[in-house]
Design a protein. Structure first.
Length: 410
């Protein structure tokens, strides 16, 4: 139980930490990408302004006098294009040329493809009259930009993985330290329950014997005294059963598996049917058994008998006359499934998750029978879990319930 809690705490901690790291990494990447784009745009704008300053406008024509060497543009994966006011290409330099249509109203253009290219368009203004005489478009390959982002992604991803690994180690140590006092308190509580239940056996037995002894001589006691002694004996029986159930629950998790042996589950179920058949006949309940072959598993015979005894008693008690209680088996892979199905009063949907809680009592129609401790289903679930299995329940009010026991088989 505590192992599962530790795993859940650790997984919750790691999920939350991974989410925070992911959000941080995305924020860093977005901010870095935007900053890098702005730097490239500023650089291309500065180059474009420098190229525009060297252009002369004479007799209605642009005369391009570029100070940029073509070889330098090629080395830096850049290109220059000059356009007239109508957007017609006049000349160009460099190989990294944008092939997108010229859009004078769009300052920044990005061309995607095998190699992405970013371009910035700068207007050329005449110095004498401030008239627009043309445009210069500066483009640059984004190959280095993409490589930089890949390195950033690798760094962020590697950092997150390393951080999560280190956090997992720290989380394991922290959850272990956090759960240790709780586990110790729980073990002390279980030990106290076991000790108290064990110590209560003797005085309860003495009370029971002394209460039942006068009942063997009814002539010597009056009717009123007989009723009192009968009430004492009945209460003692109920307390005895409660202490036995508490003792079993306290010892369930500590049962050694060394004495487990191979068990034929079919034999156990068949014996239970024979044992409870007279009780079923008295209530006019049809008690049926449908088993498949090969129902062998490793476990404790006494515990498994207690498990299915509790389920059968539960089904018989809540099934009215003329009802049906059926035990069926099936096997899926290495798992054996035993269904204990009844046509009883059923369980309300809001109570399904509570039926295996200790001392839980539902509405009056589903309360525990006289003398019951309220621990029968909790004990059955504890035994199933101790054997590496689980009990689930499906039910519908007025129709019946089905308790399914899943156990690992040979």
């Amino acid at each position: 139980m505590f192992q599962k809690i530790r795993y859940r705490l650790l997984l919750s901690y790691l999920a939350m930490f991974a989410s925070l790291l992911g959000i941080f990494a995305i924020a860093v990447r977005v901010a870095f990408t935007r900053s890098l784009y702005e730097q490239i745009t500023d650089k291309l704008t500065a180059i474009g302004k420098g190229a525009a300053a060297n252009v002369e406008f004479e007799k209605g024509h642009l005369i391009v006098e570029s100070d940029f060497h073509p070889q330098d543009l090629i080395v830096h994966h850049q290109a220059l294009q000059w356009f007239d006011p109508q957007g017609n290409l006049i000349t160009q330099q460099g190989k990294t040329v944008l092939t997108l249509p010229f859009l004078p109203n769009k300052m920044v253009q990005i061309q995607t493809g095998k190699v992405s290219i970013q371009a910035v368009t700068v207007p050329i203004i005449a110095n004498d009259n401030g008239q627009l005489v043309g445009y210069v478009r500066v483009s640059q390959s984004l190959k280095e930009f993409d490589e930089t982002l890949e390195k950033l992604d690798l760094g962020l991803g590697g950092g997150i993985i390393i951080t999560l690994v280190l956090s997992s180690i720290g989380g394991i140590l922290l959850t272990r330290q956090a759960m240790q006092p709780i586990e110790e308190s729980f073990q002390r509580l279980k030990q106290f329950t076991a000790d108290a239940s064990h110590e209560l056996r003797s005085p309860l037995m003495a009370i029971k014997i002394n209460a039942e002894l006068p009942l063997e001589y009814p002539d010597e006691i009056g009717p009123k005294d007989a009723e009192k002694f009968q009430a004492i004996a009945s209460a003692t029986n109920q307390m005895t059963r409660l202490t036995e159930d508490l003792l079993l629950l306290a010892r369930t998790d500590r049962v050694s598996t060394q004495n487990w042996n191979t068990i034929d589950l079919a034999s156990i179920l068949d014996n239970l049917i024979q044992l409870y058949k007279p009780q079923a006949e008295v209530k006019q309940i049809n008690l049926k058994l449908q088993l498949i072959a090969n129902l062998q598993l490793i476990g404790d015979t006494v515990q498994l008998i207690r498990l299915f005894t509790n389920l059968v008693e539960n089904a018989l008690y809540y099934t009215p006359s003329q009802g049906v209680v059926e035990i069926k088996s099936s096997r899926v892979g290495s798992q054996v499934f035993i269904d204990v199905q009844d046509t009883g009063v059923g369980i309300a949907p809001e109570h399904i998750d509570k039926v295996f809680e200790r001392f839980w009592r539902a509405t009056q129609s589903r309360s525990y029978w006289d003398g019951g401790s309220g621990l029968g289903l909790a004990i059955a679930q504890a035994i199933a879990q101790n054997h590496g299995g689980l009990i689930t329940v499906t039910s519908k009010l007025g129709v019946g319930s089905c308790f399914t026991v899943r156990l690992p088989a040979l």
